[in-house]
Ligand binder design. Structure first.
Ligand code: GYE
Length: 299
């Protein structure tokens, strides 16, 4: 490499692509697996110099990290927004600085035009629809409490829209558990009091569903039987609950797209054409899943 490159602010100095990555938090098994996949693929030997910052589910922390990345003049910014709105100013600043943005996992809702080059993640609405279709087929009389993810996040808004479009008339109550096990438990404890006739929980992720299992068992009821649980993610703990017949159905949300992300970032940095949208592949699981399949789950 020439001395010039090394002197440039934010440059890897050795031809490496400098990436500022703002992860929204470490709230769930999904997120942990996603962070691992990102870190495993944005490595020095693959040509990256990664600055990774965890925002602990606080938008203000994410905005600060993004501004730091602008100040450092990184080559590419990648981020996973905790909620959809509130990014206008910082996205405009990034755009003015000429730094390309790769949006990861959750989506943004902004007035800034062309705020990102490319987005990679799941079709959350399709996930909600798949959950709704299962309920319609298998439990058309269920009285459903919907355990929502972080309010205003793409994953919450779209899963709810997809699910409610199919079986919204069966939903008797909703509350957020912020995608964490602890808050999923407390939200379910309150719901068991408020909606004593509920027969099903649709949870926007496995971790909250596992918190719900604790609350249901503490109330002397049987999860999976007295109160059915339909979930999203399919991390190993969620699939274990399915084998144990405490969950009834799980829609997969795939966190392991770090390799695809690395390829996208390389192309974006090189100025090559990339698709506006990359939707990761996902499946569904019911109680026919075997213990061997669960044990083989990588995350
Ligand atoms: O489903 C949940 C996590 O945005 C897809 O965030 C992600 C969601 C995932 O907290 O477990």
């Amino acid at each position: 490499s020439t001395g010039d490159e090394g002197a440039q602010a934010g440059s890897g100095g050795d031809g490496a692509i400098t990436v500022g990555y703002s992860q929204l938090g470490a709230e769930s098994g999904w997120r942990t697996a996603n962070t691992e996949s990102v870190k495993q693929n944005l490595t020095a030997d693959k040509g990256f110099k990664l600055t990774f910052v965890d925002a602990q589910q606080k938008q203000e922390n994410q905005i600060k990290a993004l501004r730091d990345f602008v100040a450092q003049d990184v080559d590419v910014i990648a981020f996973s927004p905790v909620v959809e709105t509130g990014w206008d100013d910082v996205l405009q600043e990034i755009k003015d600085a000429g730094i390309p943005v790769v949006l990861v996992d959750r989506t943004v809702d902004t007035k800034v035009s062309d705020p990102f080059v490319t987005h990679i993640g799941s079709d959350f609405k399709a996930e909600g629809t798949k959950a709704g279709d299962w309920v319609k087929q298998n439990a058309p009389d269920a009285k459903i409490f919907e355990l929502q993810g972080t309010l205003g996040s793409g994953a919450q808004v779209d899963r709810e829209e997809g699910f409610d479009a199919v079986v919204g008339s069966q939903v008797i109550g909703k509350a957020s558990g912020n995608f964490t096990r602890a808050e999923g438990r407390t939200a379910t404890e309150a719901a068991l009091q408020a909606y004593p006739d509920m027969t099903m929980i649709f949870t926007h992720n496995d971790d909250m569903g596992l918190g719900a299992v604790e609350a249901i068992e503490a109330a002397g009821k049987k999860p999976g039987t007295d109160i059915q649980i339909v979930s999203v993610d399919a991390v190993r703990d969620g699939l274990q609950a399915l084998v144990d017949k405490k969950f009834n159905y799980v829609v997969e949300c795939n966190p392991a797209f770090g390799d695809q992300l690395a390829e996208l970032i390389k192309k974006v940095h090189a100025g090559e054409d990339v698709p506006k949208e990359t939707v990761v592949e996902e499946t569904t699981f019911d109680q026919t899943i075997t213990q061997a399949q669960v044990d083989a789950r990588p995350y």
